[in-house]
Structures are given as structure tokens and as C-alpha cells.
Design a protein around this ligand. Structure first.
Ligand code: NAD
Length: 254
């Protein structure tokens, strides 16, 4: 029970990757604060995982006030934050940069960059007082390379890496570690949506085409991503900070 009595905050907890991370942290004894915009999905997630000690916070990570509220709620209930999985994100509308509206660009950056920034800002204030803590931010392979059709998303995920590296250096002296993960396609709503946009008549075709480019020839399962998050938040990775971890079936090695 590696995370026994540890308080773990997860944003995007009702989504594919967040939910699997919640499942694994729970199995390892953590107390969970599950944060998401979607209240219904959040309640369903908590029921399905049959959690013991937990709370849910309906919050929009685009709003700094909302982020301050979930951090305060966690402190009011548990009095500390051991782990923060800063994971909520959106893909935005698929289309070339020349077709991307300012509104789409702004929405993606609001969630994926400002949301991650507000989370870091307010969780780090708590962790700096505690002199401990562990953070994982969710970037993407789109944060390491260009991503045709997803320019705003790619820009936002590059920004997550900049925030991760900056934060890691700023707080290393306080015993706090901050890392980023960069998954390739994962079997969640996000890829289902993108595949059905790329190939409306046969989403499976878009998926098969993408899988052919991945050396391991398949999308990741969300639980595989969650395992890396747990490792990065555990004492087993005690010398790792400021790291950017591709978990991509070899995609970025090609
Ligand atoms: N699925 C993939 O292929 C893939 C690959 C690389 C990175 N990622 C990243 O992983 C993270 C999780 O994605 P996922 O695949 O689980 O997708 P998902 O759509 O299943 O989950 C995302 C969750 O974030 C929540 N969310 C969205 N906007 C929010 C907001 N403003 N405030 C609070 N919550 C909000 C959604 O309600 C949803 O529950 C994202 O940051 C995504 O960019 C996903």
C-alpha cells in the first residue's frame, strides 16, 4: 500500500486516464480528491471505483477561482496534499492552423495551459509550506512534436513541458518533484472522437492507420499511463524531477 494515507488530487478524474489513475491510487491506499467539470461522470466514477476515503470537486480548471476552491476543499478535509495529477485537458476542434479560429485556439489554451498553470500555482503554494509533494502534469507526444490538425493542442502541450521544467527547478529545494508525461494515443474518449472526425464512415480505419505508425502497433490502455503516473509519484522515483516521459509505444523514436 505505497500510497497509504497519502492525499492525491486528480483533475480530469472522470475521463479515461484520470479514472484509471484514481483506481490505481485507491488500490494503493490513497485518499482521493477527484476533480472534473462533469459532475455526473465524476459521481459515476466514484461509485464505479467503490472508493473508501474520497471527495469529489466539480471545478472548471479554466477559472483560477475554481482551482483555488478545489485546493481549499482538499485542505479543509485532509489538511495536506501529497500528490497532484494535473491532467484535465481537451483536444479542441480538428483542423489545419489556417482553419483554426481564435475561439478554438483560446479554449484549448485556457484548459490545457491556464488550467495546468493555476493548478501548479495553488497546489505548489500548499506543497511549499509542507516541504513535500509530487506533481505529474499531462502533456502528450503532441507536446514533443508537431501534430497536424491539432495545432492549438500541440502548442498547449509544449507549454505544459515549459511549465513542468520551470516548476521543477523553482521547488526542488523544498523537496517537491514535478514531472510531465507524454502519452501517444490512448484508448479513451479523446482518441475515439479524433478517429471519428478523421474517418467519419469508419473510425476504425483512422485508428488502424495511426497504429501502423506506432512501433508497438497499438494505442495505449489508460491503465498503462496510470502506472507511469504512480511510479513518478512514488518514492521509487525519488531522484526524478523536471523529467519529460514519453509513453508512446516507440512513436517518438521513429
Ligand atoms: N487520450 C489520448 O490519446 C491522450 C494522449 C496524450 C495525452 N492525453 C492527455 O491526457 C489527459 C486526459 O485525457 P483523456 O484521454 O483521459 O481524455 P478524456 O476526455 O477521457 O478526459 C478528460 C477529462 O478532463 C475533463 N475536463 C475537460 N475540460 C475541463 C475543465 N475545463 N475543467 C475540469 N475538467 C475538465 C473532462 O470532463 C474529462 O473528464 C488530457 O490532458 C489529454 O490531453 C490524452
Amino acid at each position: 500500500m505505497e500510497f497509504n494515507d497519502k492525499v492525491v488530487l486528480i483533475t480530469g478524474a472522470a475521463g479515461g486516464i484520470g479514472k484509471e489513475a484514481a483506481r490505481l491510487f485507491h488500490q494503493q491506499g490513497a485518499k482521493l480528491v477527484l476533480i472534473d467539470l462533469n459532475q455526473e461522470a465524476l459521481e459515476k466514477t466514484a461509485l464505479e471505483l467503490d472508493l473508501g476515503d474520497y471527495m469529489i470537486c466539480v471545478a472548471d480548471v479554466r477559472s483560477e477561482e475554481s482551482v483555488e476552491s478545489y485546493v481549499q476543499a482538499a485542505i479543509d478535509k485532509y489538511n495536506k496534499i501529497d500528490v497532484f495529477f494535473n491532467n484535465a485537458g481537451v483536444e479542441g476542434k480538428f483542423g489545419k492552423l489556417t482553419e483554426t479560429t481564435a475561439e478554438t485556439f483560446g479554449t484549448v489554451l485556457d484548459v490545457n495551459v491556464k488550467g495546468v498553470f493555476y493548478g501548479l500555482k495553488h497546489v505548489l503554494k500548499v506543497m511549499e509550506k509542507q516541504n513535500f509533494g509530487n506533481i505529474v502534469n499531462t502533456s502528450s507526444v503532441a507536446g514533443c512534436n508537431g501534430s497536424p490538425g491539432l495545432g492549438a493542442y500541440s502548442a498547449s502541450k509544449h507549454a505544459v513541458i515549459g511549465l513542468t521544467k520551470t516548476a521543477s527547478v523553482e521547488v526542488a529545494g523544498k523537496g517537491i518533484r514535478v514531472n510531465a508525461i507524454c502519452p501517444a494515443p490512448v484508448n479513451t474518449r479523446m482518441m475515439e472522437e479524433l478517429d471519428s472526425i478523421k474517418s467519419p464512415d469508419d473510425p476504425g480505419k483512422a485508428r488502424r492507420t495511426y497504429e501502423q505508425k506506432i512501433p508497438l502497433r497499438r494505442y495505449a490502455e489508460p491503465a498503462e499511463i496510470a502506472e507511469l503516473v504512480l511510479f513518478l509519484c512514488s518514492d521509487k522515483s525519488s531522484y526524478i524531477t523536471g523529467g519529460v516521459y514519453e509513453i508512446d509505444g516507440g512513436l517518438t523514436a521513429t
